[in-house]
Design a protein around this ligand. Structure first.
Ligand code: GDP
Length: 196
């Protein structure tokens, strides 16, 4: 359970992120995947992370300090439909620079919409993380939006893709911001990593 969450800083420049003196967990996924809702659910806040509404809004790296012990980082979403090549490459550079400059980054939590079959853009991003030696876990979102059978089938299909790509299944969590599903599992995972 998270007791305290505090906004620290938003920026586009990884050099201006807080000193990497605490373990850090980054949250990222396709725009509209439910990232802001998940962050608010995990931290028991109504609006710590601003729900997106408008794709393409200012793209920022947001640091939150959790329980004075670790950083939760809200990264800008990828893959909105109408995006210029320039913005796309700026995004890629910002994310790549950030991820490669944070020795305290324990895991990237990659959010995947549980309603969908495996999406190319998510698989590409995951491949990039793996090739960059960034540890990641999968967080399936919006599990309340369909029946359990459908969620399970989509999660299974995604994990099968992971086995195809890596001969292995990553650690994963099935969540719903609406029903607070998965909160305990995901925060326990993070807190265990923080204590190590
Ligand atoms: P972001 O762009 O990834 O930050 O996504 P948001 O958190 O803004 O969510 C996008 C939309 O999905 C909003 O309309 C949310 O209310 C909705 N949403 C997000 N998470 C859930 C969930 O767990 N269940 C349901 N039913 N809707 C969700």
């Amino acid at each position: 359970m998270i007791k305290k969450a505090r906004f620290i800083i938003s920026n586009t420049d990884h050099n201006k992120c807080p000193a990497p003196d605490k373990p850090e967990f980054a949250f990222i996924g396709r725009s509209n995947v439910g990232k802001s809702s998940l962050i608010n659910m995990l931290t028991n806040h109504k609006d710590l992370a601003k729900t997106s509404g408008k794709p393409g809004k200012t793209q920022l790296i947001n640091h939150f300090l959790i329980d004075d012990k670790w950083y939760m980082v809200d990264l800008p979403g990828y893959g909105f439909a109408k995006i210029s090549k320039d913005i796309k490459s700026t995004w890629e550079k910002m994310i790549a620079d950030y991820m490669k400059s944070r020795p305290n980054l324990v895991a990237v939590c990659i959010l995947v919409d549980s309603r969908l079959e495996p999406q190319k853009i998510d698989l590409e991003f995951i491949l990039w993380c793996a090739q960059s030696d960034l540890p990641f876990v999968l967080v399936f979102t919006k599990a309340d939006k369909q029946g359990k059978t459908k969620t399970d089938a989509n999660v299974r299909a995604f994990l099968d893709k992971m086995i195809e790509m890596f001969d292995d299944e990553p650690q994963y969590f099935v969540t719903s911001a609406e029903k607070a599903t998965g909160r305990e599992e995901l925060t326990t995972f993070i807190q265990n990593e923080v204590q190590e």
